[in-house]
Design a protein around this ligand. Structure first.
Ligand code: NAG
Length: 321
């Protein structure tokens, strides 16, 4: 059954009877719960997990038949319906007026990121991870030093720039904050706790500055030049599909992925191709913030030069330090 249909059934009260589950999957279910430290034992969670598992297995069978370019795997999002997963992303729209002309920036970006992988679905901070990643890259180019910057500093302190902490935000607003603030603390001095709190910025712990930021023209060619010449670039993508949620490895391509409905902040760290020269499959190498058991050690290869797939070039930017 489709997950959203399943939820609709729940709303009608059909779920008061325990949903049908496959006893052959008991061991796998208990193991998954053990690893993820999930204690809740609602029957319908099990049914959602099973639906997801079957979808993943079906996708991988199709992969073996050559129908897909990537595989999927069960992970810590496994007991969420797609609706729940989407709701952990922020759908807020912000509008900026300029000379009376109103144009719309895509939705806030920042799907929930776990403190660790057992705590999925708490804080929509993808935007802040993307911004610190891009800024770390530029600081490294400038100073030759690798210093982790504070995601929590951005979550707690960039509200005046229009961000909303664990509800979501935009990377450009984050860069604007660092510029206005005259600094950003190190991760070590201001660690990530994945919930909203008061701003505790301490200038003596700052390790970065931003003088300006650059929005990259909405073309993959321009994004490629930026990655090649500047290093890691912040980008917003559509990460709402189940194929993305359970991505494991290969080159991610899903015809349903949107180039306009952006909901998640990531970091483009490189690009490449694989396969024979006549049939080379180009990809962006992208760092996500969902922990090392998602995707390829936390990274994903996303289809490149296929019509701005998932909007990778729609809202890319980097800070100038
Ligand atoms: C950032 O800029 C401020 C103001 O110019 C300066 O005092 C501070 O030392 C700079 N911080 C870093 C980490 O470069």
């Amino acid at each position: 059954m489709h997950p959203s249909l399943f939820l609709a059934a729940l709303c009608l009260g059909i779920a008061s009877a325990a949903p049908q589950v496959d006893p052959n999957l008991d061991a796998q279910w208990f193991q998954w719960k053990l690893i993820l430290k999930r204690h809740k034992d609602e029957g319908w969670r099990r049914a959602v997990w099973e639906t997801n598992l079957k979808m993943i297995e079906q996708h991988n069978r199709e992969y073996n038949q050559g129908k897909h370019s990537f595989t999927m795997a069960m992970n810590g999002f496994g007991d969420m319906t797609n609706d729940e997963f989407r709701h952990t992303m922020n759908g807020l729209k912000i509008q900026k007026g300029k000379n009376g002309k109103v144009f719309q920036i895509p939705s806030f970006v920042g799907i929930s990121v776990p403190v660790d992988r057992r705590e999925m679905g708490r804080c929509a901070s993808g935007w802040a991870f993307s911004a610190t990643g891009a800024l770390e890259g530029q600081m490294f180019r400038k100073t030759g030093k690798r210093v982790s910057l504070s995601v929590q500093n951005l979550l707690d302190c960039s509200w005046p720039q229009g961000n909303e902490g664990c509800n979501g935000g935009l990377m450009s607003n984050a860069f604007q904050y660092v510029k206005n603030n005259g600094g950003l603390d190190t991760e070590e001095s201001y660690p990530y706790v994945a919930r909203d709190g008061p701003c505790k910025y301490r200038p003596e712990h700052s390790a970065a500055n931003v003088t300006a930021f650059e929005n990259i023209p909405q073309q993959e060619e321009a994004l490629m030049m930026a990655v090649a010449n500047m290093g890691p670039i912040s980008a917003a993508i559509d990460a709402s599909l189940d194929t993305f949620r359970f991505y494991k490895e290969g080159i991610y391509y899903d015809p349903k992925c949107s180039s306009e409905d952006l909901n998640h902040g990531v970091l483009v760290v490189g690009y490449g191709f694989q396969g024979k020269e006549s049939d080379n499959q180009k990809y962006w190498f992208v760092k996500n913030s969902w922990g090392a058991d998602w995707g390829m050690d936390g990274y994903i290869k996303m289809a490149k030069d296929r019509d701005n797939h998932c909007g990778i070039a729609t809202m890319a930017s980097f800070p100038i330090v």
